[in-house]
Design a binder for this molecule. Structure first.
Ligand code: KG4
Ligand code: ZN
Length: 353
């Protein structure tokens, strides 16, 4: 089954063709992040305008890459279904993808599968690109979705039975990266900027493994509940750096401290949940899962534990927003609707109760 995935929930415009929920035939992303770096964050109107411009060129390139010997009129014969992110996200941005998908479904007479963006982040772990040597996750699984607006822990009993078991009381993990990066005068998006500065810090240390980074607080780390809070970290960083001229080396050190604090809290609480729920697999997902330090710490903790649970994380390019995960999710959650029954839902949650 070949699915055309379309993703436009935030500042990316992406299309992908994925075979059998696994093999990526082609994958194209256009990002307007550079535009948003100038304003220090996303202005939704600007994001949607860029997506309107990018949508058809990205779609065309995706089809041409996968089927170089076919003509435009033959593309539809190669595709079995169309999948699109219908929420959560920015309404103007979502509409670009949803209306494009509806039009294609109508014109080509193909099933249209609406996909929850947050659930799709989890399915990125099922993408089996040639470079991915990992085995696929097994169910039941626990999934931690850490993105720009969400920190959600979900118990996946089957592909159609998801239970939300914990999340953040305030800011999301990605938001904590983005907001603290701003306090350090680092460019948007904050996560990769903090990671880059931290890397500079670690690479200057004689023995990076001996470095203890404990300067900023780890809110709620001692509590037994599966919930996070990141606003205290943000306040601690604000109190530290306000009215201060930070030198480049201090900025690197603060970035490393911030990253370490966020990583520690995420890993610690996730392991508590793994011990409690004893799943077959644990999946780290969402844009923040591209963070090298977070991946390393999870891999280390799982390798030294005696737990049966296997650890899974997608290749970095499939952790941040992309359409391959949308097509893969649609393969496993194949619930098509008639094109005129699909509409964007900016407030969609990871699990509808
Ligand atoms: O999933 P995603 O691409 O978009 C949303 O659905 O929100 O996640 C974006 C978030 C941003 O907060 C960004 O700063 C963060 O993921 N992020 C990272 C890294 N790459 C992206 N955070 C830490 N380290 C990274 N390497
Ligand atoms: Zn996302």
């Amino acid at each position: 089954m070949v699915v055309l995935g379309i993703e436009t929930s935030c500042d990316e415009t992406s299309c992908a063709l994925v075979k059998d929920g696994k093999y990526v035939l082609s994958h194209v992303i256009a990002s307007s992040a550079e535009l948003h770096a100038k304003t220090g964050g996303i202005i939704p109107e600007n994001a949607a305008r860029e997506q309107i411009k990018s949508m058809l060129p990205v779609l065309n390139e995706t089809l041409e890459k996968a089927f170089p010997n076919k003509s435009h009129n033959d593309y539809k014969d190669e595709i079995d279904a169309i999948a699109v992110t219908y929420g959560p996200g920015l309404i103007g941005s979502l509409l670009v993808g949803v209306e494009t998908a509806k039009t294609l479904s109508f014109l080509w007479d193909k099933p249209l599968i609406p996909v929850n963006h947050l659930v799709a982040h989890i399915y990125a772990a099922w993408i089996d690109d040639k470079k991915n040597k990992n085995t696929l996750p097994k169910l039941p699984a626990l999934a931690l979705v850490v993105s720009g607006g969400h920190t959600d822990l979900v118990y996946m009993k089957t592909h159609s039975d998801f239970t939300w078991i914990g999340g953040t009381r305030d800011d999301a993990a990605g938001e904590a990266f983005d907001k603290t990066a701003r306090l350090l005068d680092l460019p948007y998006p904050g996560g990769p900027s903090i990671a880059k500065e931290s890397h500079k810090f670690f690479s200057k240390q004689k023995d990076a493994s001996k470095i203890k980074l404990k300067y900023f607080p780890r809110p709620m780390i001692g509590s037994e509940t599966i919930e996070w809070s990141f606003s205290g970290l943000k306040t601690a960083v604000l109190n530290e750096v306000k009215n201060m001229n930070i030198s480049p080396s201090e900025r690197e050190k603060y970035a490393a401290e911030i990253q370490e604090s966020i990583v520690d809290i995420l890993v610690n609480k996730s392991l508590k949940a793994v011990r409690k729920y004893d799943p077959m697999s644990f999946i780290l997902a969402g844009g923040v899962a591209a963070n090298e330090r977070l991946r390393e710490k999870f891999i280390y903790q799982f390798s030294k534990s005696k737990m049966k649970t296997t650890f899974h994380v997608a290749q970095k390019q499939y952790c941040t927003d992309n359409a391959a995960m949308i097509a893969t999710a649609a393969y496993y959650q194949n619930k098509p609707l008639i094109w005129n029954e699909v509409s964007a839902n900016p407030q969609l949650e990871i699990v509808t109760i």
